[in-house]
Design a protein around this ligand. Structure first.
Ligand code: TEU
Length: 546
């Protein structure tokens, strides 16, 4: 496995990063123009969400050709230039492989629709009557997971949008096709891959109704998933590349297997349990205050078990599917800056590889849209209708979207205080939040105390400190749900990390774990550190080193 422990990955959502041609949609050329910014930040890998040919029903996660570039984003030459220009700056490109499904516009699906048996076997088609749906499973974007094709007299499975048909991994020809996609991109000089919902690829032998849930228990970490991953990695020779699997509703046991080096599957996994701590009864569409006790317990459990079993965590708060973390667990008002830095500290110094999602390093917030017409995401638009049908008022439904919509993170990158935050000369495909005059790269770059400057510090610390990249982890203050505290050790080197998760002042004893340590990083200039007690200010983070 390659050495990724001291690396940091930056995620770009191309549609919203930088527009170079004034059509209001970000593009590859825009990213090339911003590479110096990423180099300055100190990141090692750039993960691009899908830029392949796609009708864009799900912003590129509906792929119609895995080896072509969507013209909205640019050309193959642009991508090659991005690879080469990245390389010059020590930044490797990671592409997003959406292998659980293709767009129904993909040639394979189109040929299946025309009756070609070979291509029908590429997908999960079930013979049947229009009034007898094969199972009661639900799509992750709302509604049934099956769609009927009258001309074929068959249903097909789509765990996501109706235009995203699930591939049949049981079919060895499908697996070969997908391996060829990896080979194609590897040849171009791609340095790593992110695999979209890759723990959903193996479906059960028998398709049956789920009497307890929406069907996910039958296909999450499915029966042959480990076998398929091993085969894919082995046959494409990507064991030494950085690979991360997105694992939907996964188990800790499976994540250990996906990421333990001896298994030769992936470098690391994204899991989402820590981002469901404000879902009421596990339901994303029911609001609840964040349960910090649960958050702490999850971090402790996953960090310690992964450590014990040689698994490796991807560390993250934000991505293109999650609301902005400062709006969610931090404070958008008085403690905006402190809380954004504190949240960064929590993640960056644990055991694993940190991911920064575009704009997170600025403390970008949710946009607080007021009208349904401001939303673009297929999931948000579907759920808005579902919530109304369930009897919620428009006002309630909008409140839920404002907290939960994936569009919260998809607003344009805030580069400057100029028109459209410097994202586009044209009219942006999705509205820019109002606060761009205050929260933007130009301002934060010039400010040593900014959130951006703080991210640079954390990234630089990982580069110089083996204890951050390789050290063991042990948790402190386990009983205190307002504090996330841990210690990392590597040989003689050691750091203690203390994070106040709330706006209260908190005193901690922590068995005086900081004796002989000195503060090296923090989000307040002065800290109240005494021999027996540390007083943490609202959202204060202190990193101490021995
Ligand atoms: O997301 C997988 C996924 O299930 C979620 O993050 C999903 O958006 C959320 O749980 C719904 O509440 C991946 C991609 O990251 C996402 O953008 C795609 O839409 C999805 O797969 C389908 O490819």
């Amino acid at each position: 496995m390659s050495d990724f422990k001291n690396k940091v990955v930056y995620q770009v959502y191309p549609k919203s990063f930088q527009d170079s041609d004034g059509d209001g949609v970000g593009d590859l050329r825009g990213i090339i123009n911003r590479l110096d910014y990423l180099k300055e930040l100190g990141i090692d890998y750039l993960w691009l969400t899908p830029v392949f040919s796609s009708p864009q029903k799900d912003n590129g996660y509906d792929i119609s050709d895995y080896c072509k570039i969507e013209p909205k984003f640019g050309t193959m030459q642009d991508l090659e230039e991005l690879i080469a220009e990245g390389e010059k700056r020590g930044i490797g490109l990671m592409l997003d492989m959406v292998f659980n499904h293709t767009s129904t516009s993909h040639e394979w699906f189109q040929r299946a629709l025309k009756g070609e048996k070979k291509y029908q076997d590429y997908y999960i088609f079930k013979e049947g009557e229009p009034d007898r749906i094969p199972t009661n499973w639900e799509s992750k974007f709302g509604g049934p997971a099956w769609e009927y094709v009258p001309a074929l007299h068959k249903w097909y499975l789509h765990l996501f949008d109706v235009t995203q048909a699930d591939l049949n991994w049981e079919n060895p020809e499908v697996r070969e096709e997908l391996k060829n996609v990896i080979r194609f991109w590897k040849e171009k000089g791609i340095k790593g891959f992110r695999f979209d919902v890759v723990n959903l690829i193996s479906k059960p032998e028998v398709f049956e109704d789920d009497l307890e849930g929406d069907g996910r228990r039958f296909y999450s970490d499915g029966p042959r998933v480990h076998e398929y991953l091993k085969e894919l990695v082995r046959d494409t020779g990507i064991e030494d590349m950085v690979t991360v699997g997105e694992m939907s509703s996964t188990s800790l046991r499976d994540c250990i297997r996906y990421s333990a080096p001896k298994e030769k599957e992936l470098s690391m996994c994204f899991s989402f349990h820590h981002l469901k701590i404000d879902y009421k009864d596990g339901n994303k569409w029911e609001l609840m205050e964040p349960d910090r006790r649960a958050l702490k317990d999850l971090f402790e459990k996953w960090q310690l078990q992964m450590q014990e079993n040689h698994g490796w965590n991807a560390l993250f708060w934000c991505n293109h599917d999650q609301p902005r973390i400062v709006s969610r667990l931090g404070n958008e008002g008085r403690y905006w800056k402190e809380s954004a830095k504190m949240l960064a500290t929590c993640i960056h110094l644990m055991r694993g590889t940190p991911y920064v999602y575009q704009g997170e390093e600025l403390g970008m917030t949710n946009p607080h849209y007021q009208k349904v017409s401001q939303y673009r995401d297929v999931e948000s638009l579907n759920y808005y209708e579902i919530l109304l049908r369930e009897g919620k008022s428009e006002e309630e439904a909008l409140k839920i979207l404002a907290a939960r919509s994936r569009d919260n993170s998809r607003t344009p990158m805030q580069w400057s205080g100029e028109k459209n935050a410097g994202f586009t000369e044209g009219s942006p495909w999705i509205e820019v939040p109002d606060n761009y005059d205050r929260i933007n790269v130009e301002r934060e770059r010039a400010d040593e105390d900014s959130i951006l400057s703080y991210y640079k510090k954390l990234i630089a610390l990982r580069k110089r400190s083996r204890v951050v990249s390789e050290g063991s982890i042990a948790f402190l203050e386990s009983e205190n749900e307002k504090v996330l505290a841990y210690r990392r050790d590597y040989g003689e080197e050691s750091i203690v990390v203390l994070n106040n998760l709330v706006a209260d002042e908190i005193e901690i004893g922590t068995d005086r774990a900081w004796e002989g340590y000195q503060k090296i990083v923090g989000n307040y200039a002065d800290s109240d550190i005494k021999k027996d007690v540390i007083k943490l200010k609202p959202y204060e983070s202190i990193v101490l080193e021995r």
